[in-house]
Write a protein that binds this ligand. Sequence first.
Ligand code: NAD
Ligand code: TDX
Length: 332
Amino acid sequence: MRKKLPKILITGGAGFIGSAFVRLAVKQGHRPVVIDKLTYAADLARLDEAKGKFKFYKADICDEHKIKRIFRQERPQLVVHFAAESHVDRSILDAKAFIETNVLGTHVLLEAAREQGIKNFIHISTDEVYGDIIKGKFAEDSPLSPNSPYAASKAAADLLIKSYIRTYNLPAIIIRPCNNYGPWQYPEKLIPLAILKILRGQKVPVYAQGRNIREWVYVEDCAKGILRILQKGRLGHIYNLGSSEEKQNIDVVKTILKTLDAPGTMFEFVKDRLGHDIRYSLDSKKAYRQVNWKPKVRFKDGIKLTVCWCLGHKDWLSARWENIAKLYNNWR
Ligand code: NAD
Ligand code: TDX
């Protein structure tokens, strides 16, 4: 008989990375509990292939009573916390929801986890908490120096987690992934936005001169890394999850144009993002060595897979166009 797997509670499971993690966990035999507020960024269709194999609660992680009730009812042993406001540009326009969800919401979950005696609380943080770096890479013990309101709210959550580990011996792990891309990403983020713009016959907006650098990991690889850390990671530790595939934004956009067979000139340089981080770069040796994780999908292949997925989901992307246009009409 198969060993009974521990019950995982996943927040933000209807989002981009959270849903990839739910799909993976279900494939591995887990039957998770998913909590999501279903904001503009969510879509339960991302979980269609896992239908019937997870339990869903529509709930705001800031709602202390509801969250504690779900924890008492479900008695999960493990928590993987993805729920967040995740788009930097939105945080620059209005940071309030970022502070509420990313900081106060995380606090509510930490209290619920403490009350229930959770065995492992995995907090999904980001490379952005370190700020930017011109040369070299950030290691897990590099100082936190966030530059956007989004990054500051994520760094605040990281510090709360660290304080709960030290003060209450909360069994927790912080994971800091680099930029994810792949199927089901909301098209406010660079890669799906570029694809959607090109499909609409419009130029891709590139901030400043497109020289800013991001490190890119395919979302399914990132989900595998998170699961591996959940199974083998050391409590109280921090793990960077990067791919070492660093690209200038302009090169990302040109690769997408080429993949779509669109004219190489179908982009425009636009006003820069305020406080725009120049380069992110993670030293991920710790995850490679301690939990034996390495991303498998190379950027050149991941981009093809992503473009292919987008071509098969044009309606899904287009349905989000108005919301994105509303965001960026205030902006550019
Ligand atoms: P996303 O915006 O696609 O999804 C976030 C999910 O959280 C949505 O389903 C949303 O409905 C839910 N949510 C938001 N506020 C909530 C609340 N108050 N209560 C309950 N649910 C709420 O985000 P994503 O890109 O999947 O990112 C997931 C996590 O990974 C985030 O914590 C983000 O900071 C982190 N991260 C993302 C990236 C990236 O490149 N996308 C990279 C590193 C880290
Ligand atoms: O229209 C655009 N033009 C452009 O040049 C957009 C939307 C972005 N950009 C640039 C800004 C960044 O340098 O592309 C780069 C990537 O931008 P985003 O896709 O908005 O991602 P980023 O700001 O790097 O943050 C992402 O990675 C870290 C996620 O959104 C975060 O949730 C994660 O923590």
